[in-house]
Design a protein around this ligand. Structure first.
Ligand SMILES: [Zn+2]
Length: 171
């Protein structure tokens, strides 16, 4: 299956879930889905053109994790349908979680692949269930006790003991 087809599969799954849960979203047309293949951003929600855009290059690196990107952007569309605006605040987070997402912002689980360079990332999960893939610098600093923990822009904190033991290699 092509990566576009995989993304469309996720999209229809989360769009249907959102329509069942949120009448204000269900009253709107199904968003247009478009693709791009460059840069670090995994996805965008564009309210004016009622469109969601996904990075096929990043998606192809870790297809299963891209579910979170798709539900992330749909949560923005739902949020916009409900409030006429959207951010990464508590309301958006709550919506994202009802769709099965982690409630983390775009860049935080961002797949920051540099072509030709191998990068290890380490999965942390805190007591609240939030997850983040941590880069090698922060991971090493946490393992060595040089930093007490990290805080991501959504406000979630992760302690050295939150490391799941899982890591992945992006290349
Ligand atoms: Zn976002």
């Amino acid at each position: 299956m092509s990566i576009e087809a995989t993304i469309m599969g996720y999209f229809h799954e989360y769009d249907a879930k959102a329509r069942a849960l949120y009448p204000a979203y269900a009253a709107r047309p199904i968003p247009k889905v478009t693709f791009f293949a460059k840069g670090r951003t995994n996805g965008w929600a564009k309210y004016g053109s009622w469109e969601v855009k996904f990075n096929t290059h990043n998606a192809s690196q870790v297809p299963e994790e891209f579910r979170n990107t798709v539900s992330h952007e749909i949560a923005h569309m739902v949020d916009y349908a409900l409030r006429g605006r959207s951010g990464h605040d508590r309301i958006w987070k709550a919506i994202h979680r009802t769709l099965g997402g982690t409630g983390t912002r775009c860049s935080q689980y961002g797949i920051t692949v540099k072509r030709g360079r191998v990068k290890n990332e380490y999965l942390y999960r805190n007591a609240a269930g939030a997850e983040v893939w941590c880069g090698p610098k922060h991971h090493a600093a946490m393992r060595r006790g040089k930093i007490e923990g990290i805080r991501i822009r959504s406000g979630e904190k992760f302690m050295p003991s939150d490391w799941t033991g899982k890591h992945r290699t992006l290349s």
